[in-house]
Design a protein around this ligand. Structure first.
Ligand SMILES: Nc1ncnc2c1ncn2[C@@H]1O[C@H](COP(=O)(O)OP(=O)(O)OP(=O)(O)O)[C@@H](O)[C@H]1O
Ligand SMILES: [Mg+2]
Length: 168
C-alpha cells in the first residue's frame, strides 16, 4: 500500500490535514515524532530542532508502507524526501504569511525561528524540493475554506488510479 505524504513549512497545517485524511478516508497516520530519538543525527541549536537521518527515516517508512494493509498518510516537512514510487500523492500545505506568523507566535517560537520559517514559506522550499524529487504535487491553503473538498477529491482519484493499476 502506498502513502500520501503531506509536506510544508512548519505551522502550515500538515498534521491537521493528515489527521483529517486519516479520519475521513481511513488512512493510517504515521507519526514520525515517535522515531525522533533513534533517527537523530544531531541537534541544531540555532534552530532548536532535531536533525533527522533521512536515509534511515525513508527505510523505516518504506518498511511501514510495505507492511501495511491500509494506505498511510505521513506528515513531515521532510516527507517529500520519500521516493515517489512509494507515494500516491504529495500534498503541500500553505497558509498566508500573516496566519503563519500568528500560528508560530502562538507556539512561542523565537523571532529568529519565525523569520526562518516565513522565509522558507516565501521561497516555497518544500514544494520546490517535492517537485524536484518527482512527486505528483497538489497545494492547499489551510487558512481558507475549501481545502477539505480538494484533498478528498484528489486523494480518491489517486486511490482509484492505483487500484486499477493493480487490477483491483
Ligand atoms: N485548516 C486549519 N484550520 C484551523 N486551524 C488550523 C488549520 N490547519 C492548522 N491549524 C492550526 O495551526 C497550527 C499548526 O498546525 P499543524 O500543527 O497541523 O502544523 P504542522 O505543519 O503540522 O507543523 P509542524 O511542522 O510543526 O508539525 C495548529 O494549532 C493547528 O490547529
Ligand atoms: Mg505537525
Amino acid at each position: 500500500m502506498k502513502a500520501i505524504v503531506v509536506t510544508g513549512t512548519p505551522g502550515t497545517g500538515k498534521t491537521f490535514v493528515a489527521e483529517y485524511i486519516a479520519k475521513r478516508l481511513g488512512f493510517q497516520r504515521v507519526d514520525i515524532n515517535r522515531w525522533k530519538k533513534e533517527l537523530s543525527i544531531g541537534f541544531d541549536r540555532k534552530r532548536n530542532t532535531t536533525i533527522l537521518d533521512i536515509k534511515k527515516l525513508n527505510a523505516k517508512l518504506i518498511k511501514e508502507i510495505r507492511g501495511s494493509r491500509r494506505p498511510l498518510v505521513i506528515d513531515s516537512h521532510v516527507a517529500h524526501e520519500l521516493p515517489p514510487r512509494y507515494t500516491l500523492l504529495c500534498i503541500v500545505t500553505h497558509c498566508s504569511l500573516k496566519e503563519l506568523k500568528r500560528r508560530l507566535t502562538q507556539r512561542k517560537y523565537s523571532t529568529a525561528k519565525i523569520r526562518e520559517n516565513l522565509d522558507a514559506e516565501i521561497f516555497d522550499v518544500c514544494r520546490t524540493e517535492a517537485v524536484e524529487n518527482g512527486h505528483s504535487v497538489i497545494e492547499i491553503d489551510t487558512g481558507k475554506p475549501g481545502w477539505q473538498q480538494k484533498v478528498l477529491h484528489v486523494a480518491k482519484l489517486h486511490l482509484n488510479k492505483e487500484s486499477s493499476s493493480r487490477g483491483v
